[in-house]
Design a protein around this ligand. Structure first.
Ligand SMILES: [Zn+2]
Length: 308
């Protein structure tokens, strides 16, 4: 007898408009991209980018799905206009939608925005409500274009001024990172990470505002964030996954055993394995300063195949 796999559609809710979206993980016509990941906490996970059109907008969601085709979490979502934007209109930069607001400001940073010249988006990472991110993007790009005419190579960072704000600006071919510092304490840290944030290969299409926000939150507490850790935070889709461990009754002993090697497990592993919280929520919470311990714990679990 030949067994035929039963195909199930994966279902999730569009994070921008709330519409129920279905796609078939086995049919590449129903999604834009698919990325497979290494085993994570005993699960085989994939990320799919799926889009749908609503009136004159395209909504793109990146979702993490397990080997059964079950939706496990949203990585990110953004909307973009379907019509090519007329360069003559004022509002030429689209502020990317995300369902969490930008950070209003931090102790050391007044403003941090990432702009893409070719895709014409702007991601407001740290941005007070009183500031118009789209206007800042337009003006910052004027400064960058001016510098291109003046210099053979633009200083990195280039220091400039918009309204009453002093800005540090880092540029690549298509991306521009603008940061306004309140003081000098994070200039070096941001300078070390900026080339990675504006790098095209790091994250080619979708700017991940939530992850960028997390990075700026971590920097406030721990300025020695390394580029490799930045890359992990930006790119590990598994951070967004909700777990449902099949062996619920084993959780207390797993937590206890793991905590002898990694004390942080005591606080976070139980809720994680029960699906009450995701790793990104752990990092956004009070564990932001202990992100290294969190990743060490994750690596330990994966290496030992504790949940395999
Ligand atoms: Zn939608």
């Amino acid at each position: 007898m030949k067994l035929t796999a039963i195909r199930t559609l994966t279902e999730f809710t569009c994070r921008i408009c709330g519409e129920a979206i279905k796609f078939d993980p086995a049919d590449s016509q129903t999604f834009m991209t698919k990325t497979e990941h290494e085993d994570f906490f005993g699960m085989k996970l994939m990320t799919f980018r799926v889009s749908h059109d609503v009136e004159n907008e395209r909504h793109t969601n990146s979702v993490v799905v397990d080997h059964m085709g079950l939706f496990r979490g949203h990585r990110d979502a953004f909307s973009e206009p379907l019509d090519k934007i007329d360069p003559s209109i004022d509002r030429i930069y689209w502020v990317l939608h995300e369902d969490t607001p930008a950070i209003e400001s931090t102790s050391n940073i007044k403003l941090a925005i990432l702009i893409n010249r070719t895709e014409r988006w702007v991601v407001d990472v740290v941005c007070p409500k009183s500031v118009n991110a789209s206007e800042i993007a337009t003006l910052a790009l004027d400064r960058v274009e001016e510098a291109w005419r003046v210099y053979n190579t633009i200083p990195q960072p280039m220091e400039t001024r918009i309204a009453d704000m002093g800005l540090h600006v880092w540029t690549s071919d298509s991306r521009v990172l603008c940061v306004s510092f309140r003081n000098g304490s994070l200039v070096k840290a941001v300078d070390a990470l900026a080339p990675h944030i504006i790098s095209e290969t790091e994250d080619s299409i979708i700017p991940r505002r939530r992850m960028l926000k997390l990075i700026f939150q971590i920097l406030e507490k721990n300025p020695d964030l390394t580029p490799s850790m930045l890359s992990r935070i930006m790119n590990e889709d598994m951070l967004h996954t909700t777990f449902h461990t099949p062996f619920e009754d084993r959780i207390p002993s797993i937590v206890e055993r793991t905590a002898t090697r990694h004390p942080i497990a005591e606080d976070i592993l139980g809720p994680l394995l029960r699906g009450y919280i995701t790793l990104i929520e752990v990092l956004e919470g009070k564990a932001a300063s202990s992100y290294k311990e969190v990743f060490e714990l994750v690596d330990f679990i994966n290496r030992r195949k504790i949940l395999g």
